[in-house]
Design a protein around this ligand. Structure first.
Ligand SMILES: Cc1cc2nc3c(=O)[nH]c(=O)nc-3n(C[C@H](O)[C@H](O)[C@H](O)COP(=O)(O)O)c2cc1C
Length: 237
């Protein structure tokens, strides 16, 4: 079966810089054998998150309470194996609709509060950011950090970016990077297929305590030696 990759376009321009690079990445993913779908975040309204996660009763869970395009997108993200997320840089960060969707993805991630793994766990993610000035690396790093914090995995060379705005399609390095984002997200998914279990977040209280004690013991030994050296007049350990 083919791996499924959803491309999220966070630009109002279907063929602007980020749209063009996203299309390149998705074509490369297709050539690697992925089934791809491009979703344009500006095609319909996405309601902003209203923070149910803070309710006394933990009500933030999948499916999210809103009946809107955001809900449709969350369903697609849950069903997909990987995501390629492309955004213009809007004031050193992703565009508004993309940030709103990220907030809404709490419904997928917060399944951990209901005894299930995060519904983003094990998805492979690559990102594309396009600007005309500063902030492309900051925005890409932000997206990768957030997705990883929700449980997604990141292949090598997972970020393509360009400073050439809507002309990004003529930025050879950015296009090559985008092709590699598509290629490597797909290859990572193929490499780990059927082995999702080994990448699960693991809560082992016994291991936590045992390793803490080992490190404390090492600290005591180190401190004892350090004091000894200080008394001998030596400067550092
Ligand atoms: C509201 C707004 C804020 C922007 N802020 C930045 C910025 O902080 N850094 C930057 O490099 N470009 C910034 N830009 C320029 C866009 O990132 C640039 O036009 C880009 O090509 C848009 O991507 P697109 O062609 O995919 O729509 C901003 C543009 C807008 C409309």
């Amino acid at each position: 079966m083919k791996v499924k990759i959803v491309g999220l376009l966070g630009s109002p321009h279907a063929f602007g810089g980020s749209g063009s690079l996203l299309r390149c990445a998705l074509k490369a993913a297709e050539e690697e054998g992925a089934q791809v779908e491009l979703c344009h975040l500006y095609q319909a309204p996405i309601e902003p998150c209203i923070g149910c996660v803070q309710d006394e009763e933990p009500t933030c869970k999948y499916p999210c309470i809103f009946e809107d395009y955001g809900k449709e997108l969350l369903e697609k993200l849950w069903q997909a194996d990987g995501y390629i997320i492309a955004s213009p840089v809007y004031w050193y960060g992703p565009s508004g609709p993309l940030k709103i969707l990220i907030d809404r993805m709490t419904a997928l991630e917060n399944m951990v509060a209901f005894g299930e793994p995060s519904y983003v766990e094990g998805k492979a993610v690559g990102v594309i950011t396009v600007g005309a000035d500063a902030g492309v690396t900051l925005s890409g790093a932000y997206l990768l950090t957030v997705l990883n914090a929700m449980g997604a995995m990141i292949p090598p060379w997972a970020h393509a970016y360009s400073h050439r705005g809507k002309e990004a399609l003529f930025d050879d390095r950015a296009v090559m990077d985008a092709l590699n984002v598509g290629r490597l997200v797909t290859r990572l998914l193929r490499a780990v297929r059927g082995q999702a279990e080994i990448l699960r977040y693991h809560e082992d209280q016994e291991q936590l305590e045992r390793i803490r004690q080992e490190v404390l013991k090492e600290r005591e030994t180190w401190e004892a030696q350090h004091v000894e050296r200080k008394t001998l007049g030596k400067s550092c350990a």
